[in-house]
Design a protein around this ligand. Structure first.
Ligand code: PEP
Ligand code: MN
Length: 358
């Protein structure tokens, strides 16, 4: 991808923080929210004008009329403004009203036709574009959308990590699946990644933990939903923070940097990493020895015509290993997951042995 810095030096804070309501609702709500955010030090405001909602009948944004309120509020408070666009018409309307930053929502990123339509409408335009991850955990769709926008000539580009829809998720509205944005950063180191703790959390008390995690992982910025009266918000009420609470949150975050000025830091880190590499090699050798024993057990089961899956044995493994983990100060849930994978692989190995002709 051909990339340029997202914003000029004087516009970009580090980390970059964008905040604002999920939706623009009324001129008063917008003005009071932006006034509070400016006091909290925010210079780039977000606000949905056209809202893609999962179910019909939910509030779908006030639409084009909000653009004139945004023009006013930008002038009054001297701020930049970001809105979501989901069609060529939205792009045309947004550009016509001096919107400064565009973003593509999670429900649009999943659809290459939609993304291409937006990309085509951006040809010859120079504006920062942020691409949210698709709702489903597919890094290919995310990269594809970024590439379509980049190919249209948009070089001020960033990704927004807003989490992934996950049927098994209990705590968050969308699972963070941190390994996916990390993989994106590994493949495109120059591409800024902005974390959206609001849409991951779904509940305001979870927002700070996700925001801090993003900074610990060296993300480039945060986009956070903030509303002057969150409980009365017309969309995403549970996850929005008042500008005051946002300000408190920002002051409580610990900033991390990608490097340390301490000259000893690099060599000490290298030493620790070498030790970790050595332990990983030992782990793999141990795993290989375990698999070899599993193969032998498979042969033995085959000779004696015994089924591969023995419920009692599996129960015993599944209960004892997390217990052993506790005494080693390892997280039992993590160890349970590892043994689920190891067991599935062991079954596969034995299944192959059983399937082999004598
Ligand atoms: C939003 O930013 O309010 C929004 C609709 O988010 P997403 O596309 O991530 O669901
Ligand atoms: Mn929202």
């Amino acid at each position: 991808m051909n990339l340029k810095p997202l914003l000029s030096e004087n516009q970009a804070s580090k980390p970059l923080v964008i905040a604002g309501p999920c939706s623009v609702e009324t001129p008063e709500q917008l003005d009071r929210t932006v006034a509070g955010l400016v006091e909290a030090g925010i210079r780039i405001i977000r606000g949905g004008v056209w809202k893609p909602r999962t179910r019909p009948g939910s509030f779908e944004g006030v639409g084009d009329i909000a653009l004139s309120w945004i023009v006013d509020v930008k002038k009054r408070h001297d701020v930049k403004f970001a809105v979501e666009v989901a069609s060529a018409r939205h792009v045309e309307q947004a550009l016509g009203h001096g919107i400064d930053v565009l973003w593509i929502g999670a429900r649009s990123t999943v659809n290459p036709f939609t993304v291409q339509e937006i990309a085509d409408s951006l040809k010859g335009v120079d504006i920062p574009v942020l691409v949210k991850n698709p709702v489903n955990a597919d890094i290919g769709l995310w990269i594809g959308a970024l590439e379509r926008i980049n190919k249209a000539g948009i070089e001020r580009l960033a990704a927004i990590h807003r989490g992934f829809s996950n049927f098994n998720e209990k705590l968050y509205r969308n699972s963070p699946m941190w390994q996916i944005p990390i993989e994106l950063k590994t493949r495109f180191p120059e591409l800024p990644i902005i974390n959206d703790p609001s849409h991951i959390s779904g509940q305001r008390h979870l927002v700070p933990g996700i925001a801090q995690m993003a900074l610990d992982l060296n993300f480039d910025g945060l986009i956070i939903e903030s509303h002057v009266d969150p409980d009365a918000a017309w969309s995403d009420a549970a996850q929005q923070l008042t500008p005051g609470d946002l300000s408190t949150l920002l002051r409580s975050l610990h900033l991390r940097s990608g490097f340390s000025p301490n000259p000893k830091f690099a060599s000490q880190l290298e030493l620790l990493r070498e030790k970790v590499d050595e332990i990983d090699r030992q782990l793999l050798e141990t795993l290989s020895r375990r698999m070899h024993l599993v193969e032998q057990a498979g042969e033995y089961k085959k000779e004696n015509n015994v089924a591969i899956f023995q419920l009692e044995r599996w129960r015993e493994i599944f209960e004892s290993r997390p217990e052993w983990a506790k005494s080693l100060k390892l997280n039992p849930a993590f160890i349970r997951e590892i043994f689920q994978l190891i067991h599935a692989q062991s079954i596969d190995v034995q299944e192959r042995i059983l399937g082999k002709k004598d």
